[in-house]
Design a protein around this ligand. Sequence first.
Ligand SMILES: C[S@@+](CC[C@H](N)C(=O)[O-])C[C@H]1O[C@@H](n2cnc3c(N)ncnc32)[C@H](O)[C@@H]1O
Length: 405
Amino acid sequence: MLLDKNFKFIDLFAGIGGFHCAMDKYSSGKAKCIMASEINPDAKKTYENHFKMNVLGDITKIEKSEIKETFDVVCGGFPCQTFSKAGMQKGFGDPRGTLFKEIIRLAENEDLSKQPKIMILENVRNLITHDNGVTWNTIKKALEDINYNVIDTPIVVGPKDFNIPQLRERAIILAVRKDIYSGEIKLDIERKKNNCTSIYDIVDADLPEEEYKNYRITEKEEEALDAWNAFVKGINLTVIGFPIWSDEFGDERDISDLPEWKQDFILKNRKLYKDNKRFIDQWLKKHKIRSMIPTYRKFEWQVANKIHDVYDGIIQFRPSGIRVKQPTESPTLVAMVHVPVIGKYRRRITINEARKLQSFPENYDFTGETKFNAYKQLGNAVNVEVIYQVFKKFMDFLDKNVKEN
Ligand SMILES: C[S@@+](CC[C@H](N)C(=O)[O-])C[C@H]1O[C@@H](n2cnc3c(N)ncnc32)[C@H](O)[C@@H]1O
């Protein structure tokens, strides 16, 4: 085997330790994290509480001499930054001035045999096409330059592929030291079919009253949802594939100076109004739509004809309006403002449910954190199961191919 179960790894841009949890799972707790770095003090505290280890801060300030042991694996969900085109045009990938270069700096070793064997890095899916591919090519070349064999294109994968009801596609970069394996890296990831998950798989149906109160939607939010539910039931929305902007109902101002896409949506909304004038006029009045805050006056019904009631869906109160989706999966967790609402229970997803959506272990404790921070940290993290599955596949692939190579 390329890696003993008690291999050593470093955890860069560590957040609350999604990679660390995945390495623990892969090694049944035998792998050892010899260094973690995270700049955000709240995430750092959560990590330290859980893993009972000291986390270093700003990666740019870490001296290589602070890492006393050699290590086998580099983990890192690095922040995405643009690389300079000028650097690329000079014929070399120039990751200078970005945080990615810190990964290179810490991994590189004059004695190649002391360099880590494996890298597993994660980023948003857009990384692959970002800046017309310049960003990805720069990263790939920078890794190749320090002697890594890098996967041609990052693997795009998300929790849904492993039956976890969250939409969250990410790009995973895999690399192995060239002297260990220099052939093509080709993983065959078994993915579950789309739309076979259900949000109710992770939802606590019987939340104690005390806890329920903390997550229940507000009266104003409920009024807005009741109003849109009446709208959904009064008008056949199945055929409508555009956002509903109630401010446009009955408005006739000149819109010719607006961008074409916006004009298109507005004209569709105005037509919808004309076609359903009687119902909509009553609806506007009854639910006092005009006096609601602007973000409640817009609505996106992204469920086709799969559900017929707002409260059967997953709801998000977004700056662009209220969005309803089918309860097959949670939208990507990001931060407090977008925390999804489970229509059926008229409450937001709890911290514990967000933990499950990110596949963090049951004993992972957020009780010392504010709700805001816990959502934010989980929203920033990698999904543990996704990293575990990809890493395991990569190790299986290498164990099989290194011998043949
Ligand atoms: C996308 S998140 C990674 C989250 C992590 N993979 C997890 O599972 O929680 C990127 C992290 O990099 C951290 N970061 C940004 N700049 C940094 C720096 N200069 N040094 C150390 N960490 C940094 C951010 O605070 C953030 O938590």
